[in-house]
Ligand binder design. Sequence first.
Ligand code: ACM
Length: 608
Amino acid sequence: MIRSLAFCAVLSANVSALPIVPAPDKVEVTPDAFFRLTPATPVYRSGIGPALPGYLVEQLQHAFNLRVAPGTGQAPKGISLAVDVDADMGSDYVLIVSENGVAIGGNNEEGVFHGIQTLLQLIPRGPSPDGSFHIPACTILDTPRFTWRGLMLDSSRHIQSVAEIKTLIDQMALYKFNVLHWHLTDDQGWRIEIKSRPKLTEIGAWRVPREGIWWSRPGPQPGEKPTYGGFYTHDQIREVVTYAAARFIRIVPEIDVPGHSMAILAAYPELSTTGGPFTVNPGSQFYNTIENTLDPSNPETFRLLDDVFTEVAALFPDPYIHMGGDECTKKFWEADPDCKKLMESENLKNTGELQSWFVRKVEKIIQSKGKKLIGWDEILEGGLAESATVMSWRGKDGGIAAAKAGHPVVMSPSPAYYLDLYQGHPQIEPPTYGMARLKDTWAFDPTLPAGTDPKLLLGIQGNIWTEEIPNFRHLQYMTWPRAFAIAEAAWSKPDPARDWNGFVGRVEAQFRLFDSLGWHYARSIYDPAVSVSADGKTITLTPEIGGLEIHYTFDDTEPDATYPKYAGPLAVPPGASSLRTRTYRAGQPVGRLTWIAIRDIASEKRAP
Ligand code: ACM
């Protein structure tokens, strides 16, 4: 059945008709028809092992408290999961829901897995009065746009538990992400056990405990005990890799060198040019005053990296190892006589070329472990290593330059794909820097320009830097909903007619799913952007999404739906010190009570 449909069906692309993120390729809804999912619904399988039916049974129980059972045979009124290697469907998966059952057919098990994720999003949050869950009848054909659909998790600045990382992986799987780039080392903590170099975690994994604004925290005091931190053992890493692989998610480990290396230097001060001693940084200011770079002129640097990459390569089956390479301060190399000698003997004109020399040495080490090198776009400076793949973060320029030179590229540019930035007015949101509202992330075009080979764009990635993300609850708040927009750009074909309101409607359906799962997300789209005219006299409120009523006041009381409703730019009353707003939809409050001092309004720096 799936085969004939795949060949014959001409389906409309009404992608917003169903509450699915990322939007599937082709969707056809059968009006007024549905499948009744009940605990008696069997799950059949054909051409696949028991793992995926088992996974679906587990998810139905977990998300909907529905205890279905695996069935045998191919009777109707069930959910059938099948791989049909002969089908040549031209799609990753096909999902057909009719009154008689649900059929998911994949080109392979990964395709079936993706079809399961779509199905999970189609199931309503609660049963109908008849006790069954009504899944809308539809036919979906779906295929991914990019092969690299990533999120980067920074476990150095703040560490997450294995259970929390598994939750993030579950969330990623639901939205068809397939790469978790794991940032395991930085100035603020070394998080991966290296058995041949135990000092990396005995010393490098721990810093003095601090709260407060990142980069403004007090530095370590003499004799103070480093008690914040931790690291992942080999067993824990294998557990995470296995868990992710069962959800068709690769893990790309990052060891960030030669900069961002203060945790290494805390353990091995002899690998610096200045000699130390060093402490793992707790979020205090140090750039250009305390060294955080490895000394390229010391052969022991590369012996350590060889030991590290030996164990990293054995733990992570992915073909790639990320070597960082970003934001390497050159000041200490420039001042070091041994680095100068090395540059003379290797005929390197500047420290940019010295960094490139360093990257090429690391490239050889990584290749000697059977792996491929990927790095942040600074690895272009001074000449790109031959086999390197570039991850573009300083906008798209590095990615474009790499593609022009024939190298594969992953686009993860700031600000659009930086999930650590503000997603609403800085006076409302927890402290961070920069701005990427959901609409900014959604509207961003990650593609390469004309004249470059589009096949070199492997895909895209959102980055969860955790300097200002001290706990997993807040990590979810910063990741979602912006990662929905990244998932959609990564998976769905570019659609010139794509529609912001339709996307928001599908995002709100995910909010309801997150609510039912006890997961967290930001509701910042319900708060208006607030901007002030250049003369400071007029304030404009811009709702990010449609259908909101904004009630406001300048009188320092708490607005509710009886307060004035915003209908256009507001004159700031003489003497007003603050503006408070709250948004409503259909009479119900949906936004937060916002409270912004008039003098701070301009800090969003956003044109209305
Ligand atoms: C980066 O944000 N330093 C890659």
